[in-house]
Design a binder for this molecule. Structure first.
Ligand SMILES: Cc1ncc(C[n+]2csc(CCOP(=O)(O)OP(=O)(O)O)c2C)c(N)n1
Ligand SMILES: CC(=O)[C@@H](O)[C@H](O)COP(=O)(O)O
Ligand SMILES: [Mg+2]
Length: 646
């Protein structure tokens, strides 16, 4: 089904077309853009509420600024659908987030309008500042640099590092704070409370009105930057500066709060701000999900709802006759509550992903034992380290790709002090439609080289529970457990806890000739492959190694002595990953068994479904089976050569 744009939107193939509209038409084009997003996301999926919330802002920004010459940086980028649609990608929108299609996030190689590649939060201010300083350097005085950042993304240290720098750089930077009081879940922390205070404070609203009166009058005299700047300065001194303001304290000119859904007013304000040099921040108040009642009401559910019926609001879910395996994240969430009931030292920590990682189950059941610390991965790890120094056992759940941001903290604050922090790395392996910014490719490699760190991955729900149980036992030190997005394989999974001896694997299948060594959930694809191979009459052994560090050396030694060739399988990067660990073991212990490593190659793997990406990289069941056949072929060829020589 093709989504038809409205009358005005149909004529917009670039922001130049938008600029031909009158200010009065901006309201209609915003409505059409909103409808187009609703129509499209309901059919094709993707992020929803965030883009609806910035429709007016998006229209106003492209109406006023000279993009792509002016640099517009979207933070995270999950709210940039309107931006993509207005910048020549409306017709490609049905391919959004699909294999081979356009990316769900701004991406430099996709469009000149995508000034900066995003996906992880809180980078926009730093990147836009870099661009602004580069413009200063090149003498491009007329160039504008705009960062659009949400209130959730603003909680991250990186955003403040950039504000801190921008406040003294004196470059031409406009930060637009899109404040909808929401992260994916309700936003948390003192900053959120501060922003709410500003938004509701009577003094601030009075100040705002006075300031915009001044600006309104000034804009009639035309854009004389010095004159405007002077008058705004005196207006601010007389009013705004009387009240302390966090952003003002950092040398930013603070404007707002303004209604982020009044597109004409936004266009006027942005036009005025164009003529005010230096760092400035415009605080816009918006509603996440604006214009789709259900999304406004349950903003977390409608952050990325999946496909839905846009008329009834029914979210399409597959139905099954049989009980289905749970998502790994839910096994984590429920198991946390069980462990916390047994062990009063167990604490849960998440940086802004309570519903994403299902720690919300524990937050609801035991509110004083589980913490959402906001988008603050580094802090989540150091906070966990602090808890651990006091004998508590924090389970710090961070998506694998977001953990990249907290690497130093894992190393410096946890591992060097050998603290018992359990890292649960959700979304390990391919994230799917979110693509390369979100794929969790690197954690085995980056965790494996850290001293004291245990690196483990369950092949099913039972192993996840038992690894979690094991990790909270006394004196375990730093312990990482990785698992993928989506469901496991065991509909019945709530069995009693059993300790898994650290560094031990298990035999899944005995065979002859070739053995598969797998780690984690991807081992289930190896199970499918071995079943297929058995049907063909090819024998193969299979070991679920469970730990990339420490390796089960006894099991490995036995396997390497018995089998003539090895295939390793991991849903992580080949460079430095699990297969590389096996290679190191072989080199260190003098084994020279032919080996093939399957995993994520050393290149950027784009977006698609997880299965499409496994297939592309050759470690879906068919790829694993093909690798085993190839190794059997090599073994047979070698045997023939040897018999000829003999
Ligand atoms: C470093 C990092 N941590 C977590 C996320 C997951 N994440 C994506 S959007 C989002 C909420 C962002 O809230 P906000 O910036 O206020 O934008 P809104 O969705 O409200 O428009 C989170 C937590 C991320 N993309 N990057
Ligand atoms: C934009 C972003 O970072 C999140 O919304 C992310 O897409 C969530 O991923 P999951 O859907 O796997 O929780
Ligand atoms: Mg928000």
């Amino acid at each position: 089904m093709i989504v038809e744009p409205g009358e005005l939107l149909a004529a917009i193939n670039s922001p130049d077309d938008l600029k031909k509209l009158s200010e009065d038409q901006l309201v209609q084009v915003s409505q059409e853009l909103r409808q187009f997003i609703i129509d499209s996301v309901s059919i094709y999926g993707g992020h929803f509420g965030a883009s609806l919330g910035v429709v007016e802002l998006t229209v106003a920004l492209h109406y006023v600024f000279n993009t792509p010459y002016d640099q517009l940086v979207w933070d995270v980028g999950h709210q940039a659908y309107g931006h993509k649609i207005l910048t020549g990608r409306r017709d490609r929108f049905p391919t959004n987030r699909r294999y081979g299609g356009m990316s769900g996030f701004p991406k430099r190689k996709e469009s000149e309008y995508d000034a900066f590649g995003v996906g992880h939060s809180s980078t926009s201010i730093g990147a836009a500042l870099g661009m602004a300083v580069a413009s200063d350097y090149k003498g491009e005085k007329d160039r504008q640099h705009i960062a659009v950042i949400g209130d959730g993304a603003m909680t991250a240290g990186m955003a403040f590092e950039a504000l801190n720098h921008a406040g003294v750089a004196n470059s031409n930077l406009l930060v637009i704070l899109n404040d909808n009081c929401m992260s994916i879940d309700p936003n948390v922390g003192a900053l959120k409370e501060y922003l709410t205070d500003i938004t509701t404070s009577r003094t601030y609203n009075k100040v705002r009105d006075e300031l915009w009166n001044v600006l309104g009058k000034l804009s009639k005299f035309g854009p004389n930057p010095q004159q405007i700047a002077r008058k705004v300065e005196s207006a601010m001194k007389a009013t705004l500066m009387k009240q302390s303001n966090l952003f003002e304290a950092l040398n930013f000119r603070y404007f707002g709060p303004v209604d982020g859904h009044d597109v004409q007013h936004l266009a006027t304000i942005l036009e005025d701000l164009k003529h005010i040099p230096g760092p400035k921040i415009l605080h816009c108040v918006t509603t996440k999900g604006k214009g789709y009642a259900l999304a406004e009401k349950d903003q977390t559910l409608w952050h990325a709802p999946g496909l839905f019926d846009k008329i009834t609001g029914e979210i399409h879910k597959k139905t099954y006759d049989q009980p289905q395996p749970p998502k790994y994240q839910d096994v984590f969430g429920h198991t946390m509550v069980e462990l916390a009931k047994e062990n009063d030292k167990v604490i849960g920590v998440t940086p802004a992903m309570p519903s994403g990682c299902s720690l919300n189950i524990m937050m609801k059941a035991m509110p004083d034992r589980a913490f959402d610390v906001g988008i603050a991965e580094q802090h989540a790890v150091v906070f966990s380290a602090g808890l651990a120094t006091q004998g508590l056992v924090p389970f710090c759940n961070i998506y694998s790709s977001f953990m990249q941001r907290a690497y130093d903290q894992v190393l410096h604050d946890v591992a060097l002090q050998n603290l018992n922090v359990v890292f649960c790395l959700d979304r390990a392996g391919f994230a799917g439609a979110d693509g390369p910014t979100h794929h969790g490719c690197y954690d085995i490699a980056f965790m494996r080289c850290i001293p004291n760190m245990v690196v483990s991955a369950p092949m099913n729900e039972e192993e996840l529970r038992n690894l979690m149980y094991t990790a909270q036992l006394p004196d375990m030190g730093p312990f990482s457990i990785r698992y993928p997005r989506g469901e496991g394989v065991m509909p019945e999974w709530r069995m009693p806890f059993k300790k898994i001896a650290v560094g031990t694997g298990r035999v899944v299948r005995e065979g002859e000739g070739v053995a598969i060594l797998s780690i984690g959930h991807i081992g289930n694809y190896a199970v499918k492959a071995t079943a297929q191979l058995a049907a063909e009459g090819l024998s193969v052994g299979h070991f679920d190694m469970r730990f990339a560090k420490p390796l089960d050396e006894e099991m490995l030694a036995a396997a390497l002595s018995k089998y003539k060739a090895i295939v390793t399988v991991e849903d992580g990067c080949l460079q430095g990953g699990f297969g590389a660990a096996i290679l190191e073991f072989m080199a260190d212990h003098g084994y020279s068994v032919p080996m093939k490593r399957l995993g994520i190659p050393d290149r950027v793997v784009e977006h698609g479904t997880q299965d499409e990406l496994y297939k592309e990289c050759g470690f879906d069941a068919a790829g694993i089976a093909a690798a085993v056949r190839e190794m059997h072929g090599k073994v047979a060829a070698k045997a023939t050569v040897q018999s000829v020589i003999l």
